[in-house]
Design a protein around this ligand. Structure first.
Ligand SMILES: [Zn+2]
Length: 345
């Protein structure tokens, strides 16, 4: 992974997302249909699958995704997984793998190969019939088979609302249509689940009285990726740090911990606290360059700068926040104020 991401490779979010889908996810998901993943769309009243991948293994998969996202988005360590996924516009890994695996299973259900596997499976297990039946029933093969049958039923039901029985049979017989329907069904299913999970994450944040940064003030369906369009690599990095609040400023707990201090005062004006919002919109020491920013976009609203004007806001931040990580960038022409909304380099 480091080899891919080293140097100048993947200059913006869009290219790095391609890398995620084309290389990383494809690698992890390659064998996913053969794994016994728990059904992440299961409701609390449905029985849990036994013998599936352990919670520890599932946790490791999510951890792997978080590590990938950290490298790809260049968010700081300790940035929460759900918020990185949302900023990078990808879904939680378990849901993605479940979708890929179920697409495969539902598509191949009833095929010759599938039936042969089913037949061979009957002879597995212990000799004692009662034990065998019991163990077979709770075995992931059977749990997943039940799920496949359920999904097939639901797809049939949904599609038969719009089509006559004959039209449905004709369409279902076409591999391409069948694939499309199955894919769309699973996509809707996991999208709904992912939306719920993100809402739960935000709720737990509110419950713990954690501050809501711009990345937390978005809805699941918002196209956050647009904030990162046309941004240079350093600007993407600055934008995700500002939007998630995990940035090398003194109001960020993780940064204070590295500095080993409790002081949160802005070192520029020495009058207020030191979050990104203060530097961008209020700090008296930056009033002069802020006038250029205001002249370019017509306002200094923190919410709007963090959603509609990330390009110029991140340029301002790179130039004036005095964060060491961006020292090598800040003298570039693109980040010099006076400048307009659309730099021409
Ligand atoms: Zn200040």
């Amino acid at each position: 992974m480091k080899r891919f991401l080293g140097g100048k490779f993947g200059s913006n979010f869009a290219e790095r997302r391609k890398l995620y889908h084309g290389k990383f996810l494809a690698k992890i998901a390659y064998a996913a249909p053969a794994w016994f993943l728990h059904d992440p769309t299961r409701t609390a009243s449905e029985p849990r699958m036994i013998y599936g991948l352990t919670l520890k293994a599932l946790g490791m998969l999510q951890k792997l995704q978080n590590e990938m996202l950290k490298a790809l988005t260049r968010a700081r360590t300790q940035t929460n997984g759900p918020v990185m996924e949302h900023e990078f516009h990808v879904l939680p890994i378990l849901l993605q793998l479940h979708r890929i695996a179920m697409d495969h299973r539902v598509l191949h259900q009833g095929s010759e190969h599938y039936n042969e596997l089913q037949r061979n499976r009957q002879y597995r297990g212990t000799i004692d019939k009662a034990v065998r039946v019991k163990s077979l029933r709770s075995h992931p093969y059977n749990r997943l088979h039940e799920l496949v049958v359920l999904h097939l039923e639901q797809i049939h039901m949904l599609k038969q609302q719009d089509l006559s029985a004959q039209d449905f049979q004709d369409e279902w017989a076409k591999l391409k249509t069948r694939k499309k329907w199955i894919k769309a069904y699973h996509y809707d299913l996991i999208f709904y689940k992912a939306e719920k999970a993100f809402t739960m994450y935000l709720r737990s944040r509110a419950h713990r009285h954690q501050h809501f940064h711009p990345a937390h003030n978005t809805k699941f369906i918002d196209h956050v990726l647009e904030c990162y369009a046309d941004l240079k690599s350093a600007q993407c990095t600055m934008t995700i740090q500002m939007r998630t609040g995990n940035i090398a400023l003194k109001t960020n707990y993780f940064h204070r911990r590295t500095l080993d201090t409790n002081d949160m005062t802005c070192p520029l004006c020495e009058k207020a606290l030191h979050p990104a919002e203060h530097l961008l919109c209020h700090c008296s020491a930056l009033e002069l360059p802020r006038q250029h920013l205001r002249a370019a976009v017509g306002h200094t609203s923190w919410a709007k700068l963090m959603t509609e004007e990330c390009e110029i806001a991140s340029a301002f931040a790179i130039r004036y926040f005095e964060i060491e990580q961006f020292d090598s960038e800040k003298e570039k022409l693109r980040y010099q104020f006076l400048r307009t909304r659309f730099p021409c380099d």
